[in-house]
Design a protein around this ligand. Structure first.
Ligand code: ADP
Length: 278
């Protein structure tokens, strides 16, 4: 049983059925110990992803304000190879982005083989904030679920290992975190009236998230709901999924690398033989 909940799209998601406070009986220290062990494995797997250069990895992080997207990114960046990892934040689209289809700016940022990209927000904003604020007519955003599914299928068929996380916090936890930002000087830079305004639309966001999580999940390309009231549990849930997604490739990547190594050694021996012969 995994720490994050895997959504396969077979039944409608109701977020109230998932406990944001979940800790599976673990203390913070126990969870951190498990995370550290998984992190060691992730570090190795990430090196192989980079060296083998056969697949890419895309991690999509979505969640309400203060749900911990930045914290989860900080955690992952402490583990992976910075050379092959890139974080891509998606903000309000620019005029040139708005003059294209909604996936244009997203596709341009997908990872090439050997790389890991982490999306801080994503194309899902186009069925979340856009829907909640009526930024385009319903007839336009409604079609986007199919567009998203086709797009993600294309990425996966082209060798992308795709993981999508919804960081699940409660309304009470969000209030606590927003108030902390006011109290703590080093967190105050994150303060925004917008966050309080968005909070008033909590139920409309819930509706939008539930539909996106339901309609854009399949057994092959699932969403994962990561309980996120406890930051240490969120990190454990995410690290575990990333490791599990990469683990099946360990053997083929090592085989591929050992073949490359053999060829390189043979070429070197031939080169040396030629030099001595000459
Ligand atoms: P953070 O992700 O840390 O909250 P910002 O405060 O800059 O960063 O928020 C980015 C904002 O951009 C969010 O309010 C988000 O809803 C908005 N945004 C992202 N994508 C879109 C989009 N496609 N259309 C409209 N707004 C978007």
């Amino acid at each position: 049983m995994n720490y994050a909940h895997r959504i396969d799209g077979k039944k409608r998601v109701h977020l109230k059925e998932y406990d944001p406070e979940e800790r599976r009986g673990l203390t913070k220290e126990e969870a951190q110990e498990k995370t550290a062990e998984l992190a060691r494995e992730l570090n190795e797997l990430d090196d192989l992803l980079f060296a083998a250069g056969q697949q890419s990895m895309l991690i999509i992080l979505q969640g309400r304000d203060t749900s911990g997207k930045d914290g989860a990114i900080r955690h992952l960046l402490n583990i992976v190879n910075v050379q092959s990892c890139r974080v891509v934040p998606f903000k309000v689209p620019t005029p040139i982005e708005l003059a294209h289809d909604f996936l244009w700016r997203i596709h341009a940022e997908t990872p090439p083989r050997g790389a890991m990209h982490i999306f801080n927000r994503s194309h899902y904003e186009d069925v979340l904030v856009v829907r909640v604020h009526n930024l385009v007519p319903e007839a336009v955003w409604r079609k986007r679920y199919d567009h998203i599914n086709a797009f993600e299928r294309l990425l996966v068929d082209s060798g992308t290992i795709l993981l999508k996380f919804y960081l699940h916090i409660s309304k009470e936890e969000q209030e606590k975190r927003l108030l902390e930002r006011e109290k703590e000087t080093e967190k105050a830079w994150k303060l925004s009236v917008g966050d309080w305004k968005e909070r008033e639309l909590w139920d409309r966001y819930t509706e939008a998230y539930e539909e996106a999580l339901t309609r854009c999940s399949s057994p092959e390309i699932p969403w994962h709901i990561a309980p996120a009231n406890n930051k240490w549990f969120r990190d454990l849930a995410i690290t575990e999924q990333v490791v599990e997604a990469l683990r099946p490739y360990r053997k083929p990547w090592m085989e591929h690398l050992s073949k490359i190594g053999e060829t390189a050694k043979r070429e070197l021996m031939e080169y040396r033989a030629q030099r001595t012969g000459a």
